[in-house]
Ligand binder design. Structure first.
Ligand code: ZN
Length: 235
């Protein structure tokens, strides 16, 4: 059995370094987006999923314990293991490339050369700054370069990237770049309309606002195509 994943506490609790010239205090609840790749450690997959679940369960039990919860209570007893299993197998399963959907390409037999829009794909993600849910809809579109993929795959790709600690801008770009690469075309658009529970249930407590992000690649980068896309989405 390998050693526990080492955490240098001083390093990750040190928030004195400036981010884009701002202190962590000034940034506060505002969400910074630092890049399109999910920041992962090089040794992220050195330990197995079952070891990860074991360690998370132990650590989560500690959090509950520190908060003063009685872990011997029948209702709480199973929580650390349940949370660990849920993190690794469900809500954060998209961190592991082995869970990436396998996508087969087909020839565009119908010679359909207009935009194809898959709209209202419901997804559940989690904000990486607060670890509370982001709930939203993704609309994805592409224009075939001669290849097409099964419609359910568009949905699966959205779900894969949603199942990570996320910021909405990165989620949008990760889905778009993946589709561009699979479909071998620049002509991909992604629009995400989502509610962040860290905004609605805490902090500023705004229950009605939503965040919209978009990516328009290739041919989609024109006012006409964007208008056409919105006509489909709003129908
Ligand atoms: Zn947040």
């Amino acid at each position: 059995m390998k050693d526990k994943q080492e955490l240098v506490l001083e390093d990750y609790l040190d928030t004195t370094e400036l981010l884009n010239g701002y202190t962590h205090e000034e940034i506060g609840d505002d969400h910074l987006y630092t890049g399109v790749e999910t920041p992962m450690k090089p040794d992220a997959f050195d330990i197995s999923d079952s070891e990860k679940k074991e360690q998370i369960a132990e650590l989560f039990a500690q959090i509950m314990n520190v908060m003063g919860l009685d872990l011997t209570d029948d209702s709480l007893k199973g929580t650390p293991k349940r949370v660990a299993k849920m993190y690794i197998e469900e809500i954060f399963s998209g961190l592991d490339p082995k869970n990436k959907p396998k996508v087969a390409l087909f020839d565009n037999k119908y010679q359909y050369n207009q935009m194809l829009v898959e709209k209202d794909i419901t997804f559940y993600s989690n904000c990486e700054h607060h670890f509370v849910p982001i709930i939203g809809k993704a609309h994805v579109a592409y224009i075939s370069s001669g290849k097409v993929i099964g419609l359910s795959k568009l949905n699966r790709i959205v779900q894969y990237f949603a199942k990570r600690p996320q910021v909405q801008e990165r989620l949008t770009n990760q889905i778009a770049l993946e589709l561009q690469s699979i479909l071998e075309t620049e002509d991909v658009a992604v629009i995400i309309d989502a509610k962040h529970l860290c905004v609605s249930s805490r902090g500023i407590k705004d229950d009605t606002s939503a965040t919209v992000t978009s990516f328009y690649g290739g041919q989609f980068n024109s006012p006409e195509k964007i208008q056409e896309l919105y006509n489909y989405i709003n129908n």
